[in-house]
Design a protein around this ligand. Sequence first.
Ligand SMILES: Cc1cc2nc3c(=O)[nH]c(=O)nc-3n(C[C@H](O)[C@H](O)[C@H](O)COP(=O)(O)OP(=O)(O)OC[C@H]3O[C@@H](n4cnc5c(N)ncnc54)[C@H](O)[C@@H]3O)c2cc1C
Length: 412
Amino acid sequence: MRVAVIGGGVIGLTTAYALIREGHEVDLIERRDEVGLETSFANGGQLSYRYVSPLADAGVPLEALGWMLRSDAPLRFKPQFNLQQWRWCLQFLAACRRSVNQRNTAHLLRLALHSQKILSAWREQDALDNFAWRSNGKLVVYRTPTSWAKASKTPGDDNRQLLSAEQCLDTEPALAGIANELLGGVYAPGDEVGDCYLFCRQLLQRLQANSAFKLHANYDVKGLRVSNGKVKALQLNCGDEHLVDHLVVAAGVHSIALLKPLGIDVPLYPLKGYSLSLQLDNPKAVPETNVTDYDNKVVYARLDDQLRVAAMVDVGGWDSQLDALRIKQLRDLAARSFPEAGDFAAATPWAGLRPATPQGTPWLGASGINNLWLNLGHGSLGFTLACGSADVLAQLIAGSPAPIALDGLTHT
Ligand SMILES: Cc1cc2nc3c(=O)[nH]c(=O)nc-3n(C[C@H](O)[C@H](O)[C@H](O)COP(=O)(O)OP(=O)(O)OC[C@H]3O[C@@H](n4cnc5c(N)ncnc54)[C@H](O)[C@@H]3O)c2cc1C
């Protein structure tokens, strides 16, 4: 079977890879001249399999009101004259009920654990290891009594251990710089880290070694031609058409524009985030584990000789320009937390648009149109969920049963 995939980010590339492994022929269409240059480029690097709670949670609306008064708030809302933004926000508020959050967390956890299994199989079978991957665990640390009280209400287990402030420091001595503010932490020993862009590059290299794969870079898909209930062709910027048997849309936030003319109204909104990549002068001065500073909503991951710092959610439009104030806040916060790590003034800044649904759960599988499939809306967990989502798509397209229950993860 010949399958076209739109989008050369981590979702499109893993989909192409899973399809090639199943024996299909794959055309990957990407509008940039290289893969992995948009949201998959310099994200937080965390394969956060056991910490998948969506942003929409009880208490967030109230917290967000307080954040509106702060210029350094982790979440910033810029109101626009845009129906899509307001509709997304209303659906987000509806998803903030505790019971809805718990349901969506369970759906994401199922997909995340499947993803971990699939990545592990791919790494072992295809020696996919050249992307700063490590199994290093994740430690979420709490600095305020309210957040720590909430976190410590959930009992620990083998996958998720509650640690006192002292135990956090034993697990991660590089936290010494914030020792006097630490109240406790939650440690997930099975979580992993990797460089998402290098992962994309390595997938592409493996794909290009297979004659059944073809990358069509610099092709912008402008529309989808549908007739008799099937997608027949992609309409390209050069004026040509690319005929398709099966099509997967994995175009991140840009999936909205492709699907809307077909009557598929994807509830996506771009949640802008920022990162810094710091060349380390002193690797011992930064954590070995992935660390999330819960109250500041900042994540830290060591990727070989670099520290990746990622944070912030700006709800307010489609540009991925850097915001000087946000970058300064991120530099200051990271430098205060790990002062000996290196020269934060020289760290490379980046911004990207998370393709987020209000509930935080992606849309996988059937679209309602016969040969059109969806793999989109992975929000802040696209790297974590990519391999599992790709496997789900490859199984469904082959006509096999889904490898995990898909409730809460489909559109139809
Ligand atoms: C600051 C930040 C930190 C993050 N940290 C983490 C983390 O630690 N762990 C984690 O799991 N996730 C993280 N994420 C989320 C993760 O990066 C995204 O979920 C993921 O990259 C989305 O991948 P994608 O392939 O859907 O989108 P993209 O990477 O944006 O890829 C979509 C591709 O489609 C192409 N495209 C779009 N439209 C067309 C068209 N019409 N024709 C042809 N090509 C097209 C684009 O050029 C692009 O290359 C983070 C995100 C941000 C912003």
